[in-house]
Design a protein around this ligand. Structure first.
Ligand code: MCF
Ligand code: FE
Length: 408
């Protein structure tokens, strides 16, 4: 049992309580949270870790959507237009895959850890990131992806997906949790999606899917027109959208689901996501780089939808740091009040993400896992400004704990 103290403890609890001169008593789990004076008096003989001046203890950050297998991309892929990007992904897929070795992915996971990410939702397209994720110091929710739009290939695609799901299930433990990703409405046949969602329910897996990311996806799903029409007609001149948007959402009604992007979602679709008590994962930098438009965050907040934040992969980002992502989000949503947006963003990478991934971390309160970080601000800061100043100034952590163990 250890006590750690700091100028501020940012709990990320229901009331977003921030404790001045705070402390956390912990072993593998959090035992007590309070003021330093109170907890030192109550536990006079316990080992105490003091932190530098202007330090803040907060839950370890949770990146709910990242494609590690695309980590080798720097300047190979085309940005600014979704279909141009997708064509470049297809063109460079082999090359990028060959470069994304276990070593490279392990190195990216280490960088993520240094920046304070203690849990991630890894979207795995091929299973090439399995070893790195199993060996990672972080908690990993490992989303095995399924996709395929050709009806005659549904069984083969499902078989391949089941093989990867089962291979990942061999490693199930407290820090490695297999899950299911259905790629998107434009790439996954509803029959295939249904089969994957059924096994996800049977195995108790959370689910992730891309939804209404681009204007091209909107036009294709609504009217079978636009840039996806020319894209698909090269493979099949009779290609048609497989499912309406709300029908697609409803496939997920019985699965705990993270819908990623939703930049082009309608009010009715956001209503449906809210009714299903699902999560919306926002990837603002990816959306900017792929030229798909901007999420209506105000509408998402009005709907009371559980919001999380993801970096997406280095296929559509220049950084896997959630601090970089939160800084970008602050700048990309200039209409939202600054300090309340800072609070929303910190909630999206802590308590909201833990709820979405069904993990008992993300909040500094009794009985949660001891996944927390210590970051140090450059100067003293008012309590009211802690969330904002953390986002503006943090790059790396001072200390990182996972299951109460300090990380190198
Ligand atoms: O989220 C971004 C953009 N939207 C869709 N897919 C991906 C993203 N980053 C990587 N991907 C992957 C996806 O998982 O790219 C492939 C899939 O395996 C594109 S579909 C041929
Ligand atoms: Fe993605």
């Amino acid at each position: 049992m250890t006590l750690i103290t700091a100028d501020f403890v940012l709990t990320c609890n229901e009331s977003f309580e921030i404790i001045e001169e705070g402390a956390v008593l912990f072993d593998t789990h959090i035992l007590e949270v309070g003021t330093s004076v109170e907890l030192k008096a109550k536990h006079p003989t316990v080992t105490v870790i003091e932190t530098p001046q202007n330090s803040v203890i907060l839950p370890g950050l949770i990146n709910s959507h990242v494609h590690l297998e695309f980590s080798a991309n720097q300047s190979m892929l085309r940005y600014g237009d979704f279909i141009a990007w997708l064509r470049s992904v297809i063109k460079h897929r082999e090359e990028l895959s060959a470069l994304a070795t276990t070593e490279l992915i392990t190195c990216k996971l280490q960088e993520m850890l240094k920046s304070g990410t203690t849990t991630l939702g890894a979207i795995s397209s091929f299973g090439a990131d399995l070893e790195a994720c199993v060996e990672a110091p972080q908690r990993v929710v490992y989303f095995n992806e399924v996709l395929g739009s050709v009806p005659s290939a549904v069984d083969a695609m499902y078989g391949d997906f089941r093989g990867r799901l089962e291979a990942s299930q061999e490693f199930t433990c407290k820090r490695f949790i297999p899950a299911v990703s259905v790629h998107s409405p434009y790439s996954t046949h509803p029959i295939l999606a249904k089969k994957a969602l059924q096994i996800a329910r049977e195995e108790g897996c959370v689910v992730s899917t891309h939804f209404m990311e681009s204007p091209a996806e909107r036009a294709w799903i609504d009217t079978g027109s636009g840039d996806f029409q020319s894209f698909f007609s090269a493979f099949n001149p009779h290609a048609k959208p497989m499912c309406e948007a709300v029908e697609y959402l409803e496939l997920f009604s019985q699965n705990p689901t993270l819908f990623t992007h939703a930049v082009q979602a309608t009010k009715h679709e956001l209503d449906t996501i809210a009714e299903q008590q699902a999560t919306l994962t926002h990837c603002p930098v990816s959306n900017r780089l792929l030229g798909v438009g901007k999420l209506d965050l105000e509408a998402v907040q009005k709907e009371n939808i559980n919001l999380t934040l993801g970096t997406d992969g280095l296929s559509s980002n220049i950084s896997l740091s959630l601090w970089d992502e939160m800084r970008s989000a602050l700048m990309l949503h200039p209409k939202l009040e600054l300090s309340s947006l800072a609070q929303t963003l910190l909630q999206s990478v802590t308590c909201n993400a833990a709820k979405a991934l069904q993990l008992p971390c993300g909040v500094l309160e009794k009985e949660r896992y001891s996944d927390f970080i210590v970051v140090t601000l450059p100067q003293a800061c008012e309590k009211e400004d802690v969330a904002l100043q953390l986002i503006l100034h943090t790059h790396q952590t001072h200390l990182t704990f996972i299951d109460g163990e300090t990380q190198p």
